[in-house]
Design a protein around this ligand. Sequence first.
Ligand SMILES: Cc1cc2nc3c(=O)[nH]c(=O)nc-3n(C[C@H](O)[C@H](O)[C@H](O)COP(=O)(O)OP(=O)(O)OC[C@H]3O[C@@H](n4cnc5c(N)ncnc54)[C@H](O)[C@@H]3O)c2cc1C
Length: 381
Amino acid sequence: MKTMSESWDTYEAFRDMVRRIACDKIEPLAVDLDKTGGPPDAQFEIFRENELLGLGLPEEYGGGGGDLMAQVIAVEEMARVCSASALTMTAAWGTLDPLVRFGSAELKQAIIPPVAAGELRTAWCITEPQGGTDMAGMTTRAVEQDDCWVLNGTKRFITNGSWAHWYLVVARLDEDFAIFMVNADDPGICFGPPEDKMGLRGSPTSDVIFDDCRIPLDRIVGDRSGGLARMGLSLTHSRPVIAGQALGVAQGALDQAASYVKERKSQGKLLARYQLIQEKIGDMAIRVESARALLYRAVDFAMRGDPQARSLASMAKAACSDAAMSVAVDAVQLHGGYGYLRGVPVERMMRDAKITQIYEGTNEIQRLIIAKALLSEGGQA
Ligand SMILES: Cc1cc2nc3c(=O)[nH]c(=O)nc-3n(C[C@H](O)[C@H](O)[C@H](O)COP(=O)(O)OP(=O)(O)OC[C@H]3O[C@@H](n4cnc5c(N)ncnc54)[C@H](O)[C@@H]3O)c2cc1C
């Protein structure tokens, strides 16, 4: 058995490898991706060539079998230079987590290998127009009819909407909820126009609409009921990954700010020599490293299957995304007027940071999850 430090050396070697791809191949495309608004075809191809699209998928289905720590390291390093690209990479494995855990062997065999190979793309569809937070209030419905499931409803803000080939969809079934896999070629699926977003502009987002969408009965993922609880398990896994994306943005903004103040002069002195500037940089670094420590602890708990993992995942998601937002705002401030210009990385990072406080469960909801665990009978956060 490997010792912790031996495993850590392996993770760090993996980090170096991902960082090289991020810096050499993804960073040079980041400004243009943000300007043109994607889709990130070139980035997807780079991830495919470097076998990163199967990273979090099981080896028996052609994936890389990377554990949660490896996934978090990969997304952190990508988001450090381009958050939209990082999301494109993680969507490949993150959106299939419920299928991996609960799908039939036949469905997994049909879907996972081409996704791991980068031949097909995926999305997951939970949010609806009337509210993403209120998952139990969703109205998209599936009914069993003539040897098919027939789906009706609209999903909103779907990452990779219209760009993906497979959609994992949560819908009402009978008196409960179930999960289904819908293909972009199935009859009755269509897509809204691309959303014009503040940030993550290189990542496609749109409505996914089901209008009497008919799919075979064997496309159900798991049982006819318990879909929300199954999604809850996947969210405990995906929240640390989104926290990793936020941490990457925070680290990227700190890197940019630190190098800027070492070059920019005011009143004949480098900005880095002023104590007020040093205080800000020191404070930004504390926020980044505190968030990282909490995230890695959450990952450790999740990998050991500890019951506290859910609460820690929520803490990490809130802490990393709050750090990303505040560090990116400070990084813009340290760039003065130049930080306000399109094409300057910290301006994009500030816009990209915001979404990490909103999706994968808003930070308000993360705090409710943490408090509920803490305040329950005998509860610990
Ligand atoms: C770029 C982008 C990509 C996305 N990708 C996906 C995707 O791939 N798949 C997917 O399913 N969804 C996706 N989403 C949707 C995202 O997860 C939701 O926007 C998010 O969950 C919030 O839902 P909402 O927008 O409906 O806000 P609402 O649920 O309407 O919330 C509005 C505000 O009220 C607060 N609030 C709501 N209820 C409570 C409460 N009980 N107590 C306290 N505060 C509350 C919220 O915290 C928030 O501040 C994406 C969104 C964006 C913008």
